[in-house]
Design a protein around this ligand. Structure first.
Ligand code: PLP
Length: 425
């Protein structure tokens, strides 16, 4: 949306928050149906998380990992490794998801240089992905509008994948094989490829679920050509899709895992890059001989952010929120599917767990529609009815409620959607 449109249409000003609710400047309660862009996965102002952070500020307010380490960052790294069942051996902390992407690109290229003597290795991403908004993350994602006027050859290639929206379940496996064959040929043509990066569910592409068999075949391809598989779980990590990490629902594991958003529940900024042991080992040796990953941010591993993250993970575990996301995700998916049968301007529901999208029929025209797409129009109307969802495009609305969602909340979401959809039929 244009900034001038935003201002003209009176931006939503959030004054305070409590649990699953946001309150605007008129004290109107709005259910945070998108967890503040998948950050506030555990809800807002959770007493036990905030008191833990306050205690931390009294103990150690700040520390730079360039100078020393701190207990909270060590504990958090260990905890994340434990949640991956020890698959990853080391964790690098960043301040955001985009910085995690940048860090992974640097690691992948430097690793390839050290292992194969190939510099500036190319990185392959899936079309319609979103890996962040820093320069390289933008070019890596490759969105046509986003790269306009800033593009240079950074060695990133975007490849299509079989999106479930466009194929029936009968067709998908055949398409997976076709796309993998093309990808394999591309890797053969480009022997300097250092990594393939994928999401598991693409938040910014209508919660499109990348087929499991496609991801499993990417793993085999990476093994065959000794290239790294990076999985971006900045949006899907920490229970969102019904397992701690979305890749854990597959039969294969990545080499690098990117985390952000729910890692610290939106309480403070934090991101992380997890790597497997051989990657870590590749940088060990005499510094004078270039054996180090010279990389970091002044606030990497900030004790307050790491403390917040540990408190969030404790809250997640104590309240069985991963199981809840799985169970309630199915119920919400079924309820939405039932609801949309009554509205012919809705095409389908996509996504997994508690990361879902309502997809409208392309080019649809409804009453009251002016310059905006239907998703923007409906999302604005929903706010009046007390529900915040995210229009990630003109024709799709993301639903990603807090993992604490109850059956009552699901009724509220579907009833509110039904009420608002009826205005447009
Ligand atoms: N990767 C994915 C999959 C994302 O969804 C996002 C943010 O939406 C990012 C990367 C970038 O994270 P951040 O906005 O924290 O820089």
């Amino acid at each position: 949306m244009q900034m001038q449109e935003y201002i003209k249409n009176k931006p939503l000003i959030i004054q305070r928050s409590e649990g699953k609710y946001l309150f605007d400047d008129k004290n109107h309660a709005i259910y945070d149906g998108v967890s503040s862009l998948l950050n506030a996965s555990y809800g807002h102002n959770i007493e036990q998380i905030i008191s833990s952070m306050k205690e931390q500020l009294d103990i150690l307010d700040n520390n730079s990992l360039f100078l020393s380490t701190n207990e909270q960052s060590v504990l958090l790294a260990k905890k994340i490794i434990e949640l991956t069942n020890g698959h990853f051996s080391n964790v690098f902390f960043t301040n955001s998801g985009s910085e995690a992407t940048e860090t992974a690109l640097k690691i992948a290229r430097k690793y390839t240089f050290r292992k194969k003597g190939i510099g500036n290795g190319k990185v392959i991403a899936l079309r319609n992905s979103y890996h962040g908004s820093t320069m390289c993350a933008t070019l890596l994602s490759g969105n046509e509008h986003d790269i306009q006027g800033i593009s240079f050859d950074a060695g990133f290639i975007q490849v299509p994948f079989p999106e479930p929206l466009y194929y029936s379940s009968d067709e998908i496996e055949e398409k997976v094989d076709e796309h993998i064959l093309e990808l394999r040929e591309m890797v053969i043509r480009n022997p300097d490829v250092s990594a393939i990066i994928t999401e598991i569910v693409q938040l910014s592409n209508k919660a499109s679920v990348v087929p499991s068999s496609f991801l499993e075949k990417i793993r085999s391809l990476c093994n065959e050509f000794e290239i790294l598989w990076i999985v971006d779980e900045i949006a899907t990590g920490f229970g969102r899709t019904g397992s701690y990490f979305a890749y854990q629902s597959l039969d294969v594991d990545p080499d690098i895992l990117l985390l952000g958003k729910a890692i610290s529940g939106g309480y403070v900024p934090l991101g992380a890059v997890c790597v497997i042991r051989p990657i870590y080992d590749a940088f060990i040796g005499k510094v004078q001989e270039g054996n180090e990953l010279a990389h970091g941010f002044t606030t990497s591993g900030h004790p307050l952010a790491c403390n917040a993250s540990l408190a969030c993970i404790r809250f997640l575990e104590e309240n069985n929120l991963v199981e809840n996301a799985n169970e309630k995700g199915h119920i919400l998916f079924e309820s939405l599917n039932k609801l949309i049968q009554n509205y012919d301007f809705v095409l389908t529901i996509s996504g997994k767990g508690l990361l879902l999208s309502i997809i409208f029929k392309p080019g649809i025209k409804v009453p009251m529609m002016r310059e905006w797409g239907i998703a923007h129009l409906i999302s604005k109307r929903l706010i009046h009815y007390g529900l915040l969802l995210y229009p990630d495009s003109d024709d799709s609305l993301i639903i990603a409620p807090p993992l604490t969602i109850t059956d009552e909340d699901i009724h509220f979401i579907t009833d509110t959607l039904s009420e608002v959809f009826s205005l447009f039929s």
